[in-house]
Design a protein around this ligand. Sequence first.
Ligand SMILES: Cc1ncc(C[n+]2csc(CCOP(=O)(O)OP(=O)(O)O)c2C)c(N)n1
Ligand SMILES: [Mg+2]
Length: 296
Amino acid sequence: MSASASPDAAASGFPYAGANISLAERAYRIRRHALRMGEVQGQGYIAQALGIADVLAVAYFHALRYRPHEVRWEGRDRFLLSIGHYAIALYAAMIEAGILPESEIETYGGDESRLPMSGMAAYTPGMEITGGSLGHGVGIAVGMALGLKRKKSDARVYTLFSDGELNEGSIWEGVMGAAHWQLDNLIGIVDVNDQQADGPSSAMSSREPLHERFRAFGWHTQRVDGNDIEAVTAAFDAAREVRVAGPRIVICDTRMAKGVPFLETRERNHFLRVEADEWQQAIAVLDAGFSTRSPR
Ligand SMILES: Cc1ncc(C[n+]2csc(CCOP(=O)(O)OP(=O)(O)O)c2C)c(N)n1
Ligand SMILES: [Mg+2]
């Protein structure tokens, strides 16, 4: 069960402000929920979920303003999942945040489930958009951020997209639109795991140097180790607070399957098939890694 700090914190829209669970523990628990969902189907985009868990922990337990039991609250920050195949990662974060019940883990990917394998707004509370047809998360974020400004809202729009999506021209159209409209309420997060469906992104069609490229497009740009929680937290804080005009991006270099070493080294981990007996092994390795690193 997730613990919130106080009724005041919940009402403020920062439900976990002051909670005594560390972001590292949140990330560990997000990874654990994801592995449990992976086990239900026996395969999936589990390496991405393990890789992005630290970023999601910072987003949902530090940066985002929302109400877990009122997902359509008008004052919420919007979190857009452009990469629909990362849905398992977002479900895991939303379970930890108390937006979705933990008991639904066992329904993951099933016919009647609210947790389909690719993220769909009509199915899942808290899923803002139906991503998955890649390349749209930035353009949609531009429209939302512009709309919020026109409504005089101080809510922000976060959009999570991937290094593979940088090969879609529509992403760069959105990037230019955000700069044109000076959208300082838009924060992009790009997961650079150097992987896409056919192999390493750097070998497919590299978009490096990303820092210089985004800066040239008029974005306030930071690049961090996306598995370093302190660095991600500082970058999210700076993205929110820096006094510059225009959109902001946090480029996050992540390691696929982070936290489960025998999966980290597996080849072609875009879509992992994990043997039935390996899921419990993966959870045990994750548990052991967390308890030795973070004595409580
Ligand atoms: C427009 C579009 N083209 C192709 C696909 C098929 N597809 C699904 S995931 C994926 C890889 C995208 O790259 P990335 O998100 O970086 O991959 P990962 O890091 O998850 O391995 C592709 C090509 C799609 N969903 N949408
Ligand atoms: Mg990738």
